[in-house]
Write a protein that binds this ligand. Structure first.
Ligand code: ZN
Length: 156
């Protein structure tokens, strides 16, 4: 599995998840992979969606763009959370992990809402959708990506 491979090669002490530094490394790695993969998928899906006139593709493209943004927030969150304790915050900054998690959930809700709105619009004002083999192949590729991503999200 891809995420397993990345964890073993890029995270020092990857099995000591009780340490917050190690959790930080997980967050950082999944963030980098998330930004790269989702930016690539965004470009591919947006291009395809505009070519075949599919709101599902265009919506999915923006879903990937939001995922890239979520990954960026995750990285910043982990970065800030790993700051050592200071005078103002004697217990450290670990709680910031939860705040960045909250921001990410708002982003996901926002994408869901936008997708819902545009889908309703397309039901009311339907347009011709063209089938194409490249688009079909991208759907399969993108579905595989989704599985990798959700398993990465389940890791600490
Ligand atoms: Zn502080």
């Amino acid at each position: 599995m891809l995420s397993q491979f990345l964890v073993k090669h890029f995270i020092k002490d990857y099995n000591r998840i009780e340490l917050s530094e190690v959790r930080g490394r997980y967050g950082y790695l999944s963030g980098i992979v998330g930004i790269l993969a989702n930016t690539i998928l965004f470009v591919i899906k947006l291009t395809t969606g505009l070519m075949i006139n599919s709101i599902a593709f265009i919506g999915d493209a923006f879903n990937n763009l939001m995922d890239a943004a979520s990954s960026l927030v995750t990285i910043i969150g982990f970065k800030l959370a790993s700051k050592p304790a200071d005078e103002e915050h004697p217990f450290g900054h670990g709680r910031l992990e939860y705040i960045s998690g909250l921001i990410v959930s708002f982003l996901i809700i926002l994408v869901g809402y936008e997708l819902f709105k545009s889908s309703i619009d397309r039901i009311i004002n339907p347009v011709q959708v063209n089938f194409s083999l490249p688009a079909f192949l991208i759907v399969i590729f993108a579905t595989d990506q989704r599985d990798n991503k959700s398993s990465a999200r389940r890791s600490p």
